[in-house]
Design a protein around this ligand. Structure first.
Ligand code: PLP
Length: 433
């Protein structure tokens, strides 16, 4: 497991007034350049609150409205093309419009969808997932990573007969279990203990104080939405040891990190949790989630057993997602391809860190494999930092490179060396400070 790579602090002093001026100018240029996206938001606002139905997509002054994509490129409604370095927040690992996935979907559709029963597709996908994750004897499907995590935690609580759920500050397990800043008003009201990430002493203290009440520890091997902060292997191993010792379940949320290798982050780490949740790309680009684990846990969902735990969902086994997932695994998500992508990401991150230092740009970068986050680092507080990040985001968009407003980048397979070289050259030009 690679250690966090965070570039050393650049040394140039920043003038906040220049940051303000550069940001104001980049923002004005953005507004002038994207009338179609502004109009799309105006229309959307009539029927969607804030014109938005997915909070993470919001960015000031308005987000781009993207009308199409092909390979590693996307096009907005004003006709601008971008290299897509966001890859649908890690889910779009295949790039856009894969002919292989299109064919799998067409074939499944031709055989009839909504078949009102079990189908061969779900077994084929389950076999593939169980074969690749050491922790998965059995798996059940859902429609999102959020749902998968809710079901995994619920299973842990029901099977252990305990209530407490240990999570970590900055953790993101879906819209109903998010712990940036410690929690969210829309979180499902489990009895949480929210601990600092990568802090072994805090985890030990929690187990010492109330180990017998802890149903599970739910943890991302790398904080994804929390800024791409890799879990320290010693910390993750300590969680494995503590949960084993106290009879709690260790759940790895691998919704993002499953792409770190054929066995996910757990395969790289050699740490086997009791349960694992996955999502995103394993549905071949369609809505997907799954939770799995040891047979002794998962078989509580066997409906032929008296007192079985229920788990329902009209679209849990929908043929399109199942078929796309199988095609995605067989064609794209091979050990070789995932390892190569991981290495490409590590190389890119090191190169970006070097550019930030060499150019005195006030940014750092963290991550693991091909998922990474650029962090502003003005040394002048949050307000200046936020403007800096927005300035970088707008500037790079203007130069034709698209990533998340919060600094997240996730490479997809079609992003090639030429695109990465172009991105680095664009960064070398700085942000107008
Ligand atoms: C680590 C992690 N867990 C869970 C989720 C939720 O998945 P979904 O958006 O499919 O509900 C996400 C989504 O970004 C995630 O990154």
């Amino acid at each position: 497991m690679t250690q966090p790579l965070v570039s050393p602090k650049p040394t140039n002093r920043l003038d906040p007034a220049r940051v303000d001026a550069a940001y104001a100018s980049a923002r004005a240029a953005y507004v002038a350049r994207n009338p179609g996206s502004a109009a799309a938001l105006h229309r959307a606002r009539q029927v969607l609150p804030g014109g938005n139905t997915r909070s993470s997509l919001w960015s000031d002054p308005f987000p781009l409205c993207i009308e199409s994509g092909a390979g590693c490129r996307i096009r907005d409604v004003d006709g601008h093309d971008y290299v897509d370095l966001l890859g649908e927040f890690t889910a779009g690992i295949f790039g856009h419009s894969s002919p292989v996935l299109a064919q799998a979907l067409a074939e499944a559709h031709a055989r009839g969808i909504n078949l009102s029963s079990h189908t061969p597709y779900e077994v084929a996908l389950a076999e593939r997932l169980c074969a690749r994750f050491p922790s998965m004897d059995r798996v059940r499907f859902a429609n999102s990573g959020t749902e998968a995590n809710l079901m995994a935690v619920t299973a842990a609580r029901c099977v252990t007969g305990r209530d407490k759920v240990v999570v970590f500050t900055g953790g993101y397990h879906g819209g109903f279990m998010t712990f940036a800043g410690g929690g969210s008003p829309v979180n499902v009201p489990f009895d949480y203990a929210c601990l600092p990430y990568n802090d072994i002493a805090a985890a030990e203290a929690e187990f010492q104080a109330c180990g017998a009440q802890i149903a599970c520890v739910l943890v991302e091997p790398m904080l994804g939405a929390g800024g791409c902060i890799p879990g320290d292997p010693a910390f993750l191993q300590a969680l494995r040891d503590l949960t084993t010792r106290h009879g709690a379940f260790l759940i790895f949320d691998e919704v993002q990190t499953a792409r770190m290798g054929v066995g996910g982050a757990q395969g790289r780490l050699g740490i086997i949790p009791d349960m694992t949740t996955v999502g995103k790309f394993f549905g071949g680009g369609l809505a997907f989630g799954a939770f799995g684990g040891r047979a002794g846990i998962m078989d509580h969902f066997d409906p032929s057993r008296p007192g079985a735990l229920p788990h329902a969902g009209t679209f849990n086994n929908n043929s399109l997602t199942m078929a796309a997932g199988v095609a995605a695994i067989d064609t794209y998500l091979t050990a070789e391809a995932l390892d190569a992508l991981y290495t490409r990401g590590e190389t890119l991150r090191a190169a970006l860190a070097e550019i930030f230092v060499a150019r005195g740009l006030p940014f750092r970068i963290s991550g693991m494999g091909a998922i990474m986050n650029i962090h502003p680092d003005s040394g002048m507080g949050r307000e200046v930092d936020q403007k800096l990040l927005a300035l970088l985001h707008l500037t790079m968009q203007e130069r034709g490179y698209y990533f998340a407003a919060r600094g997240l980048m996730a490479l997809s397979f079609p992003v090639g060396e030429a695109e990465l070289a172009g991105f680095m050259a664009a960064l070398e030009q700085g942000v107008g400070l």
